[in-house]
Design a protein around this ligand. Structure first.
Ligand code: 2PG
Ligand code: MG
Length: 408
């Protein structure tokens, strides 16, 4: 047992130039855990609520500090229960998911340091993962649109996904090579190679079909597309939802739910897409059901805004059969224990797990890399293989990859 002795918190700036918080938890044996908090741009409506960074600093350094000091740092369940209880709301709006999560995660880091073991090993212990630890497959978002860029592309993320059979170092290299080939090809075509929030290129004048063509052509210069590397998209459909329909502005298309299903059918027919995230907005159950029914046997239908890492919401939606994969973002729910619960339920229901960053993130924080390994996630999403806050997480996976290689 090592008690929490002190907690402090201050403001720092994230990758989008917005203020966020950094919290430090100190244990009585001198161990320290520091956690910064990311933020999304395309959020699910049911995500736990943030308070302003100023209010968060105030709450962490007073209310939370008072309630948490003295608790055993190894008792993560108690830490998180206490935080949730003193918040006392359904969506954490009193203390803020940002405040709560920063203390929850920083405590686990301090506990790992106190045990003198890497964070991923400590988290695997907490999650009671007895399987062999493996590195999840990276999902590289190399072309940005939607709310993550100021270009005219409606879909948010276009991704390349190396084959699962490849080791992480080769997968990483593949992502980097394809990223640079795409850069070269965009330049050759007279396109802008400025990047969006997640480091992917954000040219104007493309639409989902031509974006996929560019990526396919770039990937196939060096790799077998459909064998060694596959394609994925986070459509983030909520961001181009119009009153009655979906508006793909760059093509002047107003599509009904059925129209959007047809649109996906065409894309899937011509491209080796294995991953489709948030294809419909979160209340369009009809669309989700249709895409699941027709494609789920060969396609990961990935819920992000739909399930918001919330175990209660996930359980509620299960009988409807809307998706076969989920995104995990600890900040959507606001504590480590609830994140574990969510992953457990998803796995029990045979869903693929993708642990993910947020579009506003920090280079200081690589927690999700350790988390992904600890829980045996299938995939890992941290944007392009470029920009400090994106590669910090992939580079951390590389460290763990080498670490695990040494052990075996
Ligand atoms: C998403 C995320 C991360 P944001 O939609 O999956 O890529 O975006 O953090 O803006 O919600
Ligand atoms: Mg998403």
């Amino acid at each position: 047992m090592t008690k929490i002795k002190d907690i402090d918190c201050h403001k720092i700036v994230n990758s989008r130039g917005d203020w966020t918080i950094q919290t430090r938890v100190v244990l009585e044996d001198g161990s320290v855990g520091i956690q910064t908090i990311p933020d999304g741009a395309s959020k699910g409506k049911k995500e736990a609520v943030y308070v302003t960074p100023e209010k968060s600093v105030e709450l962490v350094t007073h209310v939370i500090k008072e309630a948490i000091t003295g608790i055993d740092a190894f008792d993560q369940g108690k830490i998180d229960r206490t935080l949730v209880e003193i918040d006392g709301t359904e969506n954490k709006k009193h203390l803020g998911a940002n405040s709560i999560l920063s203390v929850s995660l920083a405590s686990s880091k301090a506990a790992a340091q106190s045990k003198n073991i890497p964070l991923y090993k400590y988290l695997a212990e907490l999650y009671k993962n007895t399987e062999k630890l493996v590195i999840p497959t990276p999902v590289f978002n190399i072309l940005n649109g939607g709310k993550h860029a100021s270009n005219d592309l409606s879909f948010q993320e276009f991704m390349v996904i190396p084959a699962k059979k490849l080791p992480f170092d080769e997968q990483y290299e593949m992502g980097v090579n394809i990223y640079h080939t795409l850069e070269k090809n965009l330049e050759k075509a007279g396109q802008d190679v400025g990047v969006g929030d997640e480091g992917g290129f954000a040219p104007n004048g493309l639409n989902p079909k031509t974006a996929l063509e560019f990526i396919k052509d770039s990937a196939s210069e060096k790799y077998k597309v459909g064998t060694d590397v596959f394609l994925g998209m986070d459509v983030a459909a909520d961001s181009f939802k119009d009153v009655m329909n979906y508006f793909i502005e760059e093509e002047g298309l107003h599509l009904s739910t059925d129209g959007l299903v047809d649109y996906y059918r065409e894309l899937l027919k011509h491209n080796p897409i294995i991953y489709l995230e948030d294809p419909f907005y979160e209340e369009d159950f009809d669309g989700w059901k249709k895409i699941y029914k027709e494609f789920a046997s060969n396609l990961m239908v990935v819920a992000d805004d739909l399930t918001v890492t919330n175990p209660l919401i996930l359980e509620e939606l299960l009988p409807m059969k809307l998706h076969n994969a989920v995104i995990v973002k600890p900040n959507q729910v606001g504590s480590l224990t609830e994140t574990f619960e969510f992953i457990r339920i998803a796995k029990e229901n045979n869903m693929m797990i993708t642990v993910s960053h947020r579009s506003g993130d920090t280079a200081e924080d690589t927690f999700i890399a350790d988390l992904a390994v600890a829980v045996g996630a299938d995939f890992f999403k941290s944007g392009a293989p470029a920009r400090g806050e994106r590669v910090a997480k992939y580079n951390r996976l590389m460290e763990i990859f080498l670490d695990l290689k040494e052990i075996t």
